[in-house]
Design a protein around this ligand. Sequence first.
Ligand code: AMP
Length: 289
Amino acid sequence: MAKKIKIAKTIEQLHKLLASAYGKKKIGYVPTMGALHDGHASLIRQSVSKCDITVCSIFVNPTQFNDASDLEKYPRTLAADVKILAAANCDIVFTPGVEDIYPSGTKSQLKLRLGKLDKVLEGEFRPGHFKGVAQVVKRLLDIVKPTMLFMGQKDFQQFTIIQHMIDQLKIPTELVVCPIKREKSGLAMSSRNVRLDKDIKVRSDILYKTLLEAKELLNLGYSPKKIEAYAMKAFKIPDFKPEYFRVVSGYDLQPIKNASKLDYIVACTAVWAGDVRLIDNLILKSPNA
Ligand code: AMP
């Protein structure tokens, strides 16, 4: 049976709940923006299996939205979220308000050297997005002070940048990256999927199918440029509009000069499906394989 989950609405309440754990117990932390699905629950389950206490935050961070209507349309489903978290054995759900996270305003004071990491892929199409992500994750890590942080591979560039931040600022938290949870069709689970038109959703498996084809093509010796061109063409179907499909280094997300000499290659894509922007990725070549 699922245990009773505790809700902390403020930093004070959270610290009260965690006071006896600091320094004694392993605290696992899963930051989310809510509208939870089984992808989020899989992160919670990983945390529960590795840590003594699991905290999940639900905070729709205004500073990472570069489009006001996207922020406004972001689904908010707190009651259902709490049920999902309780079923996954999460201990504490932290639901701060904007005033808790940004008491002195949303202007970021964070100094990070990201080089070209935040300029490519999502960074190219969502200017300022990762500045907002790094800002909120740093603030949340300062508040929660977890032993382990659990993030999804679904947001490949996001976890890469957060690992960079952890290393650069010497934050004493270990990042654990969890695999992408997919629907039966192959469509990566996402809070935005509920906004997909039914007919478009059925055809949204095109992202995963194309990523799998990219892997095959790389194995057959096709160059990243040829694979990218192939994929962009595959997405030219009614209701779909690709923003990018890139085959890049898994280490630094930059274009690849010689694919045969690199052991970590990932394909990342963003595609508009109707008025919903979907992102997905697949590791085409892994150093751990
Ligand atoms: P979000 O609420 O979209 O900000 O996501 C919160 C965390 O859940 C991030 O670390 C995401 O990468 C992760 N996540 C989102 N979708 C999935 C998925 N389909 N499978 C695994 N993790 C996911």
